[in-house]
Design a protein around this ligand. Sequence first.
Ligand SMILES: [Zn+2]
Ligand SMILES: [Zn+2]
Length: 161
Amino acid sequence: MYRAMRTPSELSDLLRAHGRKVTPQRQRIFQALQHDEGHPSAETIYETVRVDMETISLKTVYQTLHDLAALGEITALELGTGTVRFDPNVECPHHHLVCRVCGEIRDVFVEVGSLELPPGEARGYDVGSAEVVFRGVCPACRRAEPSTTRAAPAPLPSGNR
Ligand SMILES: [Zn+2]
Ligand SMILES: [Zn+2]
């Protein structure tokens, strides 16, 4: 699916236009965001960028992501994975597929029918949008753990000790 994020150089121009500093560290963060379709956390981006830019700090990563979110270029998502995740796809409305084992988040582009609340259920809210979260187990986690019923422990072998 087409990802509608601006290129790193477009983001750099945009930040400059808003009076924000554009450093090599920040440009590297833009690249990391563009190449990660799993909706990375600040920590994930930090680990990615640190590989070839040892001097970068987690604080710089947080600040850069915060600036981009404030400009509406990325969205901060909280989908119950334990960390705030960043979504560079702000152009086309979409829903999310979340792995309940590893927390990977993927974009899904489907029509899910009417998500309008009947007047009685809107409780006086002016409702602007609705998103659906599909939860499941991703292919990598399914391979690692063929049984998707994690709650049930495998029975102990009997008469074998
Ligand atoms: Zn997974
Ligand atoms: Zn997304």
